[in-house]
Design a protein around this ligand. Structure first.
Ligand SMILES: Cc1cc2nc3c(=O)[nH]c(=O)nc-3n(C[C@H](O)[C@H](O)[C@H](O)COP(=O)(O)OP(=O)(O)OC[C@H]3O[C@@H](n4cnc5c(N)ncnc54)[C@H](O)[C@@H]3O)c2cc1C
Length: 358
């Protein structure tokens, strides 16, 4: 079938790879393509994803545990495939205060209070709540270019341009996959879209292997957590979620709690102070060497939209979960035109890995 995909983020590229793999004839139209056109384009959220396979800040009809199971199940084949940069490491989701809520259904989850290994913590503070689990983690600077290469190798075509609402009529004769993220606010008049600002601090790292763990850490003296994720040549500090909207290219929204400036970015200070305290044993946290940037999570207050409307199949609004839920979402959207299930993923993952090796 002839299809147009609007959007060159993780949803658009994953959709393109699956459709081409299934033998469809697709063109991906996007004003920019994640990583390929640079790792720092504010309208392309995928450039900013950390990216742990764990759904956060997303509205949906499914329970958190269901989303976790779907995200983990659909990423497992990519972890298992040779040549695809998806790792599995230990994750500490911990609190300095007691946390009586039940643990979510994550891989190998166990209560932090029953864990017999060391848990990273701030000096002078103990961990009193939370859990330890395993987590898939995607090395985005390699993974996204792999998806792009696989898409082209499978015969997909790319056009770089902005689609305007007036133009949508021109696509009437074909199936359109809308993966335009926050762009759907303007393109499809979806006012329920919000742009949730998030910062990432990139700390240089020169270890032989990426650090074998990550954490989400809630300190007693701040209202929100800070997190750390290890990449091959950087360690990422993050954990800011500032609700807002974009008007004429300008973002307005919440201000950071206890702001401080690093590398020209005004961030909530805990991203630096809490993470520096915990991580100084593992990496040299030199404030002047840190590179900071911010992106905008495409959060939809009405829930992520995976829905067919006429000739348009929508796939957007994943907030802070767009990488985690990418294969699950893509299977569902492509399912509108062809019967396809999770059993396609191992072969598809192998194909992506082979493209990268070639
Ligand atoms: C700091 C930060 C950390 C994050 N960490 C994680 C994480 O650990 N795990 C996780 O799962 N998620 C994470 N996310 C969220 C994740 O990045 C997003 O959910 C995901 O990237 C959204 O992908 P997308 O393809 O829907 O949108 P985008 O990546 O924004 O792609 C949209 C595409 O559409 C194009 N476009 C838009 N409008 C038009 C138009 N009119 N015409 C043509 N092209 C158009 C854009 O150029 C872009 O290529 C994080 C986000 C941030 C900001």
């Amino acid at each position: 079938m002839e299809c147009t995909i609007i959007g060159g983020g993780v949803q658009g590229l994953s959709t393109g790879v699956l459709l081409q793999y299934l033998g469809h004839d697709t063109t991906l139209v996007s004003d920019s393509v994640a990583y390929i056109d640079g790792p720092d384009i504010p309208t392309v959220c995928t450039d900013y994803a950390a990216a742990s396979v764990y759904p956060v800040q997303v509205e949906s009809e499914y329970s958190e545990d269901d989303l976790i199971r779907q995200a983990e199940a659909t990423f497992e084949p990519f972890y298992e495939a040779d040549g695809v940069p998806v790792r599995k490491h230990r994750h500490y989701y911990v609190y300095e205060e007691e946390h009586p809520e039940p643990n979510p259904a994550r891989m190998n989850v166990q209560d932090a209070t029953a864990y017999d290994g060391d848990i990273p913590s701030r000096s002078g503070h103990a961990i009193r709540g939370g859990y330890v689990c395993k987590e898939y983690f995607v090395e985005m600077p390699e993974y996204i270019p792999q998806l792009y290469d696989a898409y082209l190798a499978l015969g997909g075509e790319v056009e770089r341009r902005t689609v305007t609402p007036d133009e949508l009529d021109a696509f009437r004769g074909q199936t359109v996959f809308n993966c335009s993220g926050y762009g759907s606010r303007e393109l499809f008049g979806d006012e329920s879209m919000k742009a949730v600002k998030g910062h990432i601090l990139q700390v240089p790292y020169d270890g032989q292997e990426p650090l074998p763990f990550s954490y989400t850490y809630t300190p007693t003296d701040y209202t929100h957590y800070a997190y750390m994720y290890p990449r091959k040549d950087t360690v990422l500090f993050g954990g800011s979620y500032l609700m807002g909207d974009m008007h004429d290219g300008e973002w307005t929204g919440e201000s950071p709690e206890q702001p401080m400036t690093i590398d020209g970015e005004t961030i909530p200070e805990r991203l630096y102070t809490v993470n520096k305290d915990i991580m100084s044993d593992y990496v040299d946290v030199d404030r002047d060497a840190i590179r900071a940037k911010h992106g905008f999570r495409p959060y939809r207050t009405k829930g992520m939209r995976i829905e067919k409307d006429g000739n348009v199949i929508h796939n957007y609004g994943h907030g802070g979960s767009g990488v985690s839920m990418s294969w699950w979402s893509v299977l569902r959207t492509v399912g509108y035109i062809e019967d396809v299930g999770e059993d396609v993923l191992p072969e598809l993952a192998a194909t992506i890995g082979e493209t990268a090796t070639a």
